[in-house]
Each structure stands twice: as C-alpha cells, then as structure tokens.
Ligand binder design. Structure first.
Ligand SMILES: [Zn+2]
Length: 701
C-alpha cells in the first residue's frame, strides 16, 4: 500500500463532502438535528419490528424465490464443508514465516501447516495491495478487474485520480443565501470490474460476512454483510490526514503529510480549534472546526482536553479512547466522526497528535457497510472502531509527528479492535463464508523492515537495536490469532490464512520520470529543471512517456491522452519496446546493482478487456528498490536515484516474482504453484458452487 498521494486527497474532499449533505438517504446518516440519536434508535427498533412482520408475511414469496434460486444455482453440489473462513494477513511474507516457524516461534502456524498445508502464494501483477486483493475478490487479473494501482491518471488532465472509486458531487445545486443545497444524489461508484466471489455465493443462496477486504468502498449490494476496508476515506474525504498541534515555530496550517497547527499556551491553557472537513453547505466553503481547550499540567506530563462536549485526560505518550466529534455545517445538520488523541510531549514544547477523523461507524456520513446499518450493528457489538481504509497512521511516523512507540501502540489498538470484531462476526457466520483482512502485518512491516537490515540507509539517526524484534513479535502475535481461531473452528470449516504479497527492503528509490526526462522521453516547460507534484510543469506537446503511481509508465498516446503525441500501431509498439528494453536491467550507478528486474508490456501480457486505459508498462523493481518518494507524487527532480531514509523502509511494489504471499490451509493443497486468483475458485468449490468460466484460477483442494 502507499501513502504517497497525500496532496491529491483534499482536492476530492469537497466532492465527497458535498455528498454528505446531499441526498435524503445520506442525510439520514448525519442526522436531521438535535435529538437524532434518540430518534434513530427508536427508528431502528421500529424497523426491526416491521422487518419481522414483513418477513412473516412474505414467507410464501420467499419460498418461491428460494426454489427459483435453487434451480438457477444448479451448480451447487453437496460437499463436506459448510463454512469457509479466510483470514487475510496483508503482506505476510513466506520466507519470514518459514524462518520463524523453524525457530519454533509460530507453533499455531506450524500446527495449521501440519494439519493441511503451507506454500507461497503467487501475488498479482503488479504486487500492490488494491490490485492483489481485487484479484482475490474476483479471481481474475488486473486486465479483468481494472485495478492496476491506488491511482491512475485522468486522461483529460493528466491529474491523478483514485483507481478504486469514482466519486462525484450532485450535478445541480440549489442556492439559498450563503447556503448551497445539492439536489439529487452524489455518485459513488466502485470502479473494480468483474464480480466478487461472495456475490456469486449469494446468488446461490450462500451467506457471506466480509470484513475489511480492500477495495470494497463504496460497498455494493449482495446476499451478506460487508464492512469496507482499504480505500475507505476519512471524514475529510482524504486517505488519512492527521493533525499535529505544536508550540514549535512552524507556520500554522502547513501540510507536511498531515496538517501542523501552531498553538501558543497562555499560562497553562491552550485555546485552539479541532479542524474538520470542509463545509459542504457553504458557498464560501471553509473548514468546519470545533473549539478545543487544552489545560496543561507540565509537572505531571498530562493534559486535560475539552472538545465537542467531552472532557478527558491524557498522559504523555498515551492515547485517548475514540473521541466522538460532531461538526455542524448549518441547517441543523451534523457531520460526525471519531478520532484518537495522543500527547506527544508537553516540554520543551507542547505537541498533541490527533489522528485522521474517521467516519463514525454509528453515524456514517458516507456508506461504509452493506447493509448501511451493519457498521452501526458492529459498533453496538464491540464499541467504536476505526473505519478509515488506511487506519494505521504510517504517514505520521514517516513525518516524525509521532514516534515508533506511538505508532506501534496505535497499530495494535486497531488490531485488537479488528480481532474482537472478527471473532464476533465469525460466531455469527456458522455457515457460508467469513473473510476478514488484518492490515497490521503490512503497516508494521513497512515501518520496521529496516531493522532486519543493518545496512539500511533508513537506520541513520534512528533507533534500530531497540526495534530489532518488532517484526518477529508481529508474526508471534498473528500466531496467537491463529491459535485462538483453531480453537473455535470445526472439521466442517475450511480455513485459509493468506496474504496478498510478501515483503522486501526498500533501500533505494528510482524516480522514473527523472529517468524518462534524462533519456529524452519527457520534457519540462522551458526554463524549468524540476516539476511540481503530479507532473505540474511537464511540456505535454513534447512528452512521449510519463510515470504515475507506484509501477506504471503511460505512453502519451494520441487519441487516448488529451495532448497525446504518439501514434497507435507501429510507433506505439516501437516506443514501448524501446523503453522496456532500456529499463530492464537498469544499473544504479552508486551500488552497481540492477534496479529493475523486469518490465511488462500490459497490452501483450494481459488478455482482459481493460488494457487500453491501463499503464502501458508495469515496472518490476529489483529487491531493495522502489519508485522514489518524489517519483510517487509525480515530481520530476534532478537526480534519478536516491537513498530511502524514511521510516517506511520495507515494500512490495517490485517484481511480483520476488514477493509472493503465503497460503496456509487446514486441507491439503492439491496443485503446485498456487496464486491469488485460485482462492475464489477454491472457496466456490468448497461450498459446492461451480466456478464461472471467466475465472482463470483453479481450485486448490
Ligand atoms: Zn503495503
């Protein structure tokens, strides 16, 4: 996964938030005004009674539908498996797992392996989480599900856009004085193509519970329940914007990954504002804020915070529980979120971290579950929980807003929530499919992989020895999860523990756009030797190729890109081959190593219908390499290569052959070389459902 596209998100935030205010159905989520909490719980009760009556009255009809379904679902055979449980441990690496098992550190994984099997699981091309999990979900490759990266480019503007969802505001707006009232619904569409296999199960009458599988925002209807995962936004509409309140001399409101706000204590009191989303109702926009008062107790390293009608104490280094915050854009509306507070320090300067404001699962201002009441139901079961797709705030650690300890504390806090949720959901899914993805494994490895390599440039100036065992301990914790899971499943359950990809070091970054510039494929406007973010300042009339995202190179194709100059046919094929040839085996002059292991030409390597708009080339980096930080935000810089000195020190956006994931199964795996696209056919077969012919994967058991 990637957090490099921060500056994009505010630009789409307003669009999202117009959506919050817009349609009657969405308004219901944010509440019509005071007293809503009471009214809504009353409504839930009323709805439950009505549903019970309806369900009784409609029984004959449902019986008929059931019979039709059965006929339609002729592919459903009887099997000795009544339930499949898929646990996704994002980024779990087979080599590390193997090593720790050999050391005897993972007794439960070993037990699972001995009961069934353990094997590497081929990842997707490219090996990026949204791509890989989409292949898990649909059983097809990127050219069939159309997700090639977190981002793609808008061919009309060359600006980055989300690959996973298309979110647009209501097209008509009604204006009353200073207010703008959107008419009609905003459009939120999942851009993933093909069909989730749980939808196929649902058509055969098999129920599924799907928890936090990536690329499920906005949630789609099917026969089951689903909570959205990676790619679900925060309340600002971004993929996670933290706030740091500091008495250090930084200018206020500057964006360094998150937002930094300058505060000045007056005596022992700080009066400031909690910064929320843009006001969707006001013509002049502006941010929604809440007054926040912080009382300092420097002698005890503690503060007392009053915000949004709540008061709580916070010790240095500690986290608050989820704090509910309610913003009021006007017209009696409410926009609700939840966030975590963490007191970084009180002296020599004051620093308070506030996590991105997550959509409140009990009052979601955007749909984050199917049915929409499901996120509320889960909150009633386990209390408030993080809903942001990329919930663990890797960016805050990368930017030095929080330290390693605080990051780990937050990551495991979110992990505990997820585990609690998972076991509750599992209990309530006695038959059918229960799938849950845990992100902790990916995020912790991204941030601490450097500690496995004493020569990692990221170790400079950082504690390494102290965190030497963080990744080992992470795997041990996951082993605990597997242990608890093995205790509660029976022999009629098929258990699969999988990861979408493995991990490798990210020691050196390559800026592909700088390389394209140096090789005469990309040109900057006259007088520039650097571009801005997202290729601002690139001269499109002369540029033949540009990179965008974590592995993609686009050719500036005539007829496809707004200012395309490369003709289709022979000129396009020749250019693709030329760049591909030059990039393969590209040597890093500083280390003498090959930075790029392979390059895939999308249109010849894939057979699916979604190749025309895809990146023309997918770059497979060698172990130790990845796109540089500037490269990932589309900034053309003087140097091609640079050391990676950030906390984010491990990665997987490399040649997929280098980073397979894991597959643990409590049944024997019957095929060699399994891959992610085999999981959907395996689950379908296990539950007696014929796999659709378009799925290229094959059942593994
Ligand atoms: Zn990742």
């Amino acid at each position: 996964m990637n957090l490099t596209s921060k500056t994009l998100w505010p630009t789409i935030a307003w669009t999202l938030l117009l959506g919050i205010a817009a349609p009657p159905s969405l308004q219901a989520y944010i509440g019509p005004g005071a007293g809503f909490a009471f009214v809504s719980s009353f409504l839930v009760l009323l709805l439950a009674v009505l549903l019970a009556v309806f369900s009784l009255l409609s029984w004959p009809l449902r019986l008929l539908i059931g019979l039709v379904f059965k006929r339609k679902g002729r592919g459903r055979h009887k099997t000795d498996i009544s339930r499949v449980v898929v646990v996704g441990l994002d980024g779990m690496d087979p080599k590390l797992a193997e090593g720790f098992m050999k050391e005897g550190l993972l007794p439960n994984f070993r037990r699972l392996k001995e009961r069934g099997d353990f094997t590497p699981l081929a990842t997707s091309e490219p090996a990026i989480s949204p791509v890989a999990w989409s292949s898990f979900t649909t059983g097809v490759d990127a050219s069939h599900h159309n997700i090639y990266d977190f981002l793609t480019r808008d061919p009309c503007t060359y600006a980055p856009i989300l690959s996973s969802a298309d979110i647009a505001a209501a097209s008509r707006v009604f204006s009353v004085g200073k207010y703008l009232i959107p008419l009609g619904r905003p459009r939120a569409t999942l851009k993933q193509k093909s069909k989730p296999f749980w939808k196929i199960l649902g058509e055969r009458g098999i129920f599924s519970s799907i928890i936090r599988v990536p690329v499920t925002f906005p949630p789609e209807k099917f026969n089951g329940v689903l909570l959205s995962g990676m790619c679900a936004p925060d309340l600002k509409g971004s993929q996670g914007t933290f706030s740091l309140y500091t008495s250090k001399g930084d200018p206020s409101g500057t964006r360094v990954g998150g937002m930094r706000y300058r505060v000045s204590p007056s005596g022992n009191c700080i009066r400031t504002e909690l910064h929320g989303p843009q006001n969707p109702l006001r013509r002049d926009g502006g941010e929604l804020t809440l007054p926040m008062e912080i009382r300092l107790d420097p002698s005890r390293n503690r503060v007392r915070i009053a915000v949004s009608g709540q008061e709580f104490e916070l010790d240095r280094g500690g986290y608050s529980p989820w704090i509910r915050v309610v913003f009021r854009p006007g017209l009696g509306m409410k926009v609700r979120g939840i966030c975590l507070f963490h007191l970084v320090r009180t002296s020599p300067q004051f620093e308070l971290y506030v996590s991105p404001i997550h959509i409140d699962p009990e009052h979601p201002s955007l749909p984050i579950s199917h049915p929409s009441i499901y996120s509320v139901y889960l909150a009633k079961l386990i209390g408030p929980y993080g809903t942001l797709g990329l919930a663990e705030d890797t960016w805050a650690l990368n930017e030095g807003a929080i330290d390693e300890e605080a990051f780990l504390k937050q990551a495991y806090l979110l992990y505990e929530e997820r585990e609690k949720m998972f076991f509750k959901v599992l209990e309530r899914t006695p038959n059918g499919l229960c799938a849950c993805v845990f992100d902790t494994t990916d995020r912790v490895q991204h941030m601490f992989f450097r500690c496995l390599d004493p020569d990692h440039p990221s170790n400079r100036g950082k504690e390494t020895e102290k965190y030497r065992n963080v990744i080992r301990d992470l795997y041990i914790r996951m082993d605990g999860l597997v242990g608890r899971l093995l205790e509660v499943i029976d022999e009629k359950t098929l258990l699969l523990v999988i990861s979408d990809h493995g991990f490798t070091q990210f020691k050196r970054g390559l800026n592909l756009n700088s390389w394209l510039r140096d090789n005469g494929y990309l040109f900057l406007e006259e007088g520039r030797d650097e571009s801005g973010d997202w290729l601002k300042g690139v001269d499109w009339r002369r540029t033949r190729a540009f990179a965008l995202g974590l592995t993609g190179v686009f050719i500036n194709r005539k007829g496809r890109e707004a200012k395309g100059i490369v003709d289709e046919g022979e000129p396009l094929a020749a250019l693709r081959q030329e760049i591909s040839r030059k990039l393969t085996g590209l040597v890093d002059p500083q280390t003498g190593q090959n930075a790029i292991r392979s390059v895939v030409e999308t249109e010849s390597a894939f057979a699916g219908p979604y190749t025309y708009d895809a990146p023309d080339l997918l770059v497979g980096y060698n172990a130790g390499y990845r796109t540089s930080w500037d490269g990932a935000t589309g900034r053309v810089t003087p140097a091609q290569f640079e050391d990676n000195t950030r906390h984010w020190s491990g990665d997987h956006c490399v040649d997929p052959a280098l980073v397979p994931g894991v597959l643990f199964s409590d049944r024997k795996i019957r095929r060699d070389g399994p891959g992610l696209t085999d999981i959907a056919p395996t689950v379908l077969k296990a539950l007696g459902v014929e796999q659709p012919t378009y799925m290229k994967g094959r059942p593994l058991i």
